[in-house]
Design a protein around this ligand. Structure first.
Ligand SMILES: C[S@@+](CC[C@H](N)C(=O)[O-])C[C@H]1O[C@@H](n2cnc3c(N)ncnc32)[C@H](O)[C@@H]1O
Ligand code: SF4
Length: 370
């Protein structure tokens, strides 16, 4: 029933000023213990799930869990689910939470590590409210390399107030020089309710500079063998994150943990974004969308990727969705010729995809097509 699994780990050392993901800062181990025990029980219930293609531990900070709880979590996943022989297992890690024991455990269990560095510049990191210093970053990388961690990815944030284009490109080059073959670059967004929004206001980001940085990011990484395969993601060939690619293309996923979202190919539901409510079995909230609207949504999310949609991918979706919006109906939508004329989309028989400009203005595409 589900091809992909997402596990949300809702704990962080402290809350970064810009972050709106659900997580609790400064929690004790007893609460983390209860969280893992509850997940173990839930995983038992899902043991009927078919072979998983991908597993993604996100957060929050999965790597904050102490080694004994990480080990329990990994054992529970192994016991609860069948996995494809080439399953992709990703774990988000914050450098300052990594020690030798965790590096060994994580490198043995996962085959993809997503390192949240955000910036190599200590002053910018401080502005973002990040905990790690440069030594933490270097030591975490050294430990993962020592334990032969497989694919290492890095998350960076750009358009941070005070950051120049030249400084951003120097940071990006540093990530390339470290040897990362997958780089996620997110433009700083000011999310409602965050400390950043309260302290700096919603228009603190220079949007023009941010757009300039987006284009320059693509050029620098392209020269270094990494291509933009999604609006904010760059990879060398074969290094793309399969979990996210599946999700953007309407794949099914089971989301466990507070605030985690699940999708069975047509319906979507979200667990309560509150650890206490989640532990008390509060029900998930179902997002009821008619199949035609769901089909539009899936179509638009696929257009975040450079690959876009091939007819064969569309016809792999559940009948409920593809019958609500058959490929022929989709590709004859009256909005499309204008978007092609504006240079945002490219269409050939059996294939529709965004241009680079279309990815830069994905919000406009979404607005026109939803
Ligand atoms: C779930 S978050 C955090 C993962 C991990 N705890 C960390 O901090 O590295 C995944 C990524 O989203 C990005 N992110 C979160 N909030 C953002 C924001 N307001 N603007 C831009 N990027 C953001 C960060 O790059 C972060 O690494
Ligand atoms: S960015 Fe990561 S470490 Fe910071 S609060 Fe969000 S989830 Fe936690």
């Amino acid at each position: 029933m589900f091809d992909n699994l997402y596990i949300h780990v809702p704990f962080c050392r402290s809350k970064c000023g810009y972050c709106a993901f659900y997580s609790l800062p400064d929690t004790d181990e007893e609460l983390q213990d209860r969280y893992v025990a509850f997940l173990e029980r839930q995983m038992n219930d899902y043991s009927f799930v078919e072979s998983l293609q991908t597993i993604y531990f996100g957060g929050g900070t999965p790597s904050l869990l102490p080694p004994r709880l990480l080990e329990r979590l990994f054992l529970a996943v192994n016991a609860g689910f069948r996995m494809a022989s080439d399953v992709e297992i990703t774990i988000e890690c914050n450098p300052e939470t990594i020690d030798r024991k965790k590096a060994a455990l994580i490198s043995a269990f996962a085959n993809r590590i997503s390192m949240g560095v955000q910036s190599f510049d200590p002053a910018l990191r401080q502005r973002l409210g990040r905990r790690a210093d440069n030594t933490d970053i270097e030591q975490a990388l050294a430990m993962f390399n020592h334990y032969n961690a497989r694919r290492l990815s890095i998350d960076l944030i750009y358009a941070i107030p005070g950051q120049t284009l030249t400084a951003w490109l120097a940071e990006l080059q540093q990530a390339v020089d470290y040897g990362f073959r997958h780089i996620s670059c997110y433009a700083l967004t000011v999310e409602e309710g965050t400390v950043l929004a309260q302290e700096s206001g919603i228009d603190v980001v220079d949007e023009e500079l941010s757009a300039e940085m987006w284009w320059a990011t693509g050029e620098l990484l392209h020269r270094n063998g990494l291509s933009r395969y999604e609006v904010s993601n760059y990879a060398a060939p074969g290094q793309e994150c399969r979990h996210n690619l599946n999700v953007w293309h309407g794949g099914s996923y089971l989301g466990l943990g507070p605030s985690a979202c699940s999708f069975d190919g047509s319906r979507r539901w979200t667990q309560p974004a509150d650890l206490a409510e989640w532990l008390a079995h509060h029900p998930a909230e179902t997002d009821l969308l008619p199949p035609e609207n769901r089909a539009r949504e899936i179509f638009v999310f696929g257009l975040r990727t450079a690959a876009g949609w091939r007819q064969a991918d569309w016809t792999r979706l559940l009948p409920e969705i593809r019958n609500a919006m058959p490929w022929e109906t989709l590709t004859s939508r009256p909005e499309l010729p204008e978007l092609v004329r504006q240079g945002l989309l490219e269409m050939t028989p059996g294939h529709i995809r965004p241009t680079e400009t279309g990815m830069a203005f994905w919000d406009n595409l979404a607005q026109a097509l939803l």
